[in-house]
Write a protein that binds this ligand. Structure first.
Ligand code: HMG
Length: 386
């Protein structure tokens, strides 16, 4: 059977960065609570002229520059921070990226799980027509109320993946385990720009979905635990993935060490929760940070509140390292501009769902920017800077 999976993957994040040490000090919290207790160092914050579309298109651009646009007949745009109730974020990205008009373009939403649904659907479409390629874009901005327990777990980022036959990076294996349960652990009503969350319930729902998805994965013939070499989980904050691996160890009776997933944390510690992009930011960090992956099987646990869990596996392809972009994410993180807490709070408060015509200030250095509203429609443009 032809291998299908991730041929290329690229990450983009936002213009600003908030230091959690500063946030802790201002809130009179021990900084170790965020650094060690949550496992987070900083979070990315979009400027006024950035959003899920600009980040998503910026993540996809290097993939198209390397592999061209031919044969991309599907664009899945996964997000839970959608910018329109009707039009897909993917339509804006499709236009900005100059993709072929002969394409299906849709937005997929199920909290942080959407990108995995998109990836699996892309794999299935390419299996049916192996000459086609599919572009999966996962892009999110995680926003919680100021001064709430969720505040230090905010973040922003996008990961784009090109799904093809005979992929260069990771073959996605056919078996996956699923667990769906209607839970009110986290959601965002239409009139809110920040999430409503029951933190304790959300962690329980995440861990319950993990064991449920694992049991289904095994029942359907998925690899036994001792044939899984690395673990890459959704990381709302990196400590959550440590809790996940510990739960899986207890559940299976296997001795699972955090060394299996340590390399997946590097980017999420910096970006914060990028919701549906978070697990794939973990994969990007693993591919960049672990030199011994060829032929290794990665166990993925994708979780989206509300709540879906999916456990699936991928095998890293021989020669994968020749197809990475060494230093690209480090440069992206390094380029972020630190923002004072006062300016961060002002920017946070300024995000409102207004549909009045407006122009945004020019701030971002990303390849695309959100220019504002004209005739109540969102306007995007290519920037001159890159
Ligand atoms: P909190 O009130 O800060 O929790 O909220 P806490 O007081 O329990 O402290 C957190 C950790 O810091 C604990 O570690 C403390 O012990 C530790 P644990 O015991 O759990 O291992 N701690 C310290 N460590 C070192 N030095 C210290 C110190 N003090 C305390 N001095 C909570 C935490 C996660 C609930 C909050 O941030 C929140 O509500 N976050 C948003 C919800 C969330 O991320 N849930 C995760 C699962 S749901 C999910 O992943 C889906 C999601 O991504 C969205 C989607 O799917 O759409 C959120």
């Amino acid at each position: 059977m032809t291998a299908i999976g991730i041929h290329d993957l690229s990450l983009a994040t936002a213009h600003h960065v908030v230091d959690l040490g500063d946030l802790a000090t201002a809130a009179d919290v021990d900084p170790a609570k965020y650094r060690v207790g949550l496992g987070q160092d900083r979070f990315s914050l979009p400027s006024a002229d950035e959003d899920i579309v600009t980040m998503g298109a910026s993540a996809a651009l290097p993939i198209l520059e390397r592999h061209g646009r031919d044969g991309i007949r599907t664009v899945f745009f996964a997000t839970e921070s959608g910018i329109d109730q009707s039009k897909s974020g993917g339509m804006f990205a499709h236009g900005l990226l100059g993709l072929d008009p002969r394409a299906r373009v849709v937005e997929i939403k199920q909290a942080c799980y959407g990108a995995t649904a998109a990836l699996q659907a892309a794999v299935a479409l390419v299996a049916r027509a192996p000459g086609e390629r599919a572009l999966v874009i996962a892009s999110d901005v995680a926003r919680y109320d100021l001064d709430s327990p969720g505040e230090p777990t905010q973040g922003a980022g996008a990961v784009a993946m090109l799904v093809t036959a005979d992929p260069a990076l990771v073959e996605i294996e056919p078996v996956s385990g699923l667990n769906a349960a209607d839970v009110d652990d986290f959601w965002r009503p239409n009139d809110r720009t920040t999430a409503v969350v029951d933190g304790g319930l959300s962690m329980k729902a995440y861990l319950d979905a993990l064991t449920g998805a694992w049991d289904d994965f095994r029942a359907r013939g998925g690899a036994p635990i001792d044939e899984i070499d690395r673990f890459c989980a959704h990381q709302p904050f990196t400590k959550m993935a440590r809790k996940a691996l510990a739960r899986l160890a207890r559940h299976t009776g296997a001795d699972l060490d955090d060394a299996m997933q340590e390399a997946t944390f590097a980017y999420n510690r910096e970006i914060g929760n990028a919701y549906t992009a978070s697990i794939y930011a973990g994969l990007a960090a693993l591919l960049d940070g672990d030199a011994d992956l060829a032929g290794r099987r990665i166990g993925f646990f994708s979780y989206g509140s509300g709540a879906i869990g999916e456990f699936f596996t991928g095998v890293v392809r021989p020669g994968y390292a020749d197809h990475l972009r060494p230093g690209a994410v480090a440069a992206e993180l390094e380029a972020r501009e630190p923002i004072s807490l006062a300016d961060y709070r002002a920017l946070h408060a300024a995000v409102s769902p207004s549909d009045e015509d407006s122009e945004t200030p020019r701030v971002t250095r990303a390849p695309f920017r959100f220019a504002g509203l004209r005739g109540r429609a969102r306007q995007y443009e290519r920037t001159e800077t890159r």
